[in-house]
Ligand binder design. Sequence first.
Ligand SMILES: *Cc1c(COP(=O)(O)O)cnc(C)c1O
Ligand SMILES: [Zn+2]
Length: 425
Amino acid sequence: MSLSLSAEDPTVPGDATDGTWLECIDCGETFAPFADVRYTCDDCEGLLEVRYADFPTFDDFEGEGVWRYADALPLESGVSIREGATPLYEVPRLEDEIGVETLRIKHEGMNPTGSFKDRGMTVGVAVARELGVDRLACASTGNTSAALAAYGSRGGMETLVLLPAGKVAAGKVAQASLHGARILEVDGNFDACLDIVQELAIQGEAYLLNSLNPFRLEGQKTIGLEILEAFREDYGAVPDRIVLPVGNAGNTAALYKAFRELVQAGELEPAAVPKLTGVQAEGAAPMVEAIENGADEVRRWDDVETRATAIRIGNPVNAPKALPGIRETDGTAISVSDEEITDAQRALAGEGIGVEPASAASVAGLRKLRAEGIVGSDERVACLTTGHLLKDPDAAAAAGNDPEPVPADTDGVLERLADGNSSDR
Ligand SMILES: *Cc1c(COP(=O)(O)O)cnc(C)c1O
Ligand SMILES: [Zn+2]
């Protein structure tokens, strides 16, 4: 089973429900989608993908947000807080400075809880309801826990989140907390949290809503569908390249799946599929290592470190789905330093777009690839920014201007202003 852009039309298996089923990407075994709880293949433990008998075309989509794409999703409707339909900003100064034909920023921080994780949760939590489970769980670098807590509470379900102690940005913990999740702070990193929560899920203690869950990735596919629709409308063609930050590589896998389905629907020529370009932080770059070495498997990094805590991940669980996505679309992967990430965060902020550090990795990576000549000046590019500035107020404050103390009188303020801008970045 290779995840190729030229797959043949599927044979619908007997265990399909309304033309939808789960299929192992390694051995091809199929399963009914909503009959039992399962996250991986019973036979070989391979990753599962949701498959459909029919592929929708652009004409089939109507409405706004994630559920505009219901025909491409496993359910007709979800547990919704109006996710999706995020802005695709123009950034003329940044476009000029980086030197590409077109640069647009798909700001996923504009989702209800401030990250793209909402797109996956609206589908994942709806499937959980369909399965009749009552407790939802995830391991998280922060944003998944915020989204799970919000969507779980909206769906009337109990939520449990495992976070790496001291490594989650303040805004995210606050969200999980107020939305009523039970928060367990683990004395270990994200990858350790994920190992534990997977064990809990296998033991039937909770329904797992990490991106190992194939239903979540279906919701995240809609980022790609929105970008493609917007580019078709504005430029008459899909973008040449989509650049995105990579942690567990769920988005990379999800975008690639959207492209494959559009190719199967006859809506997209394989040669026109946007080049998927993944960006990781230097201190957590196992995917980049695998792409550079031409490796089929990703080596787990035990020690990972970066200011971009949302992508501080050493064992990207969706690598088997994402590596073919990068390769088959003729994309690439690159790592960037924390300084390059912060520079890009400031550049985006200079265009009025406030993002958290991990999000800025996409722009930092594009800048570097353009400087190296790997991205051409004639390219039309969309960069994904995955989370909102307010998610990580400490990082924003550290990257930005310092407040200047002044006395409570106009003369004192004028005097200070006459001193010029003393804040040094
Ligand atoms: C989850 C997350 C990522 C990583 O996405 P993957 O799909 O796991 O690669 C990147 N940025 C932010 C802000 C996130 O919350
Ligand atoms: Zn299998």
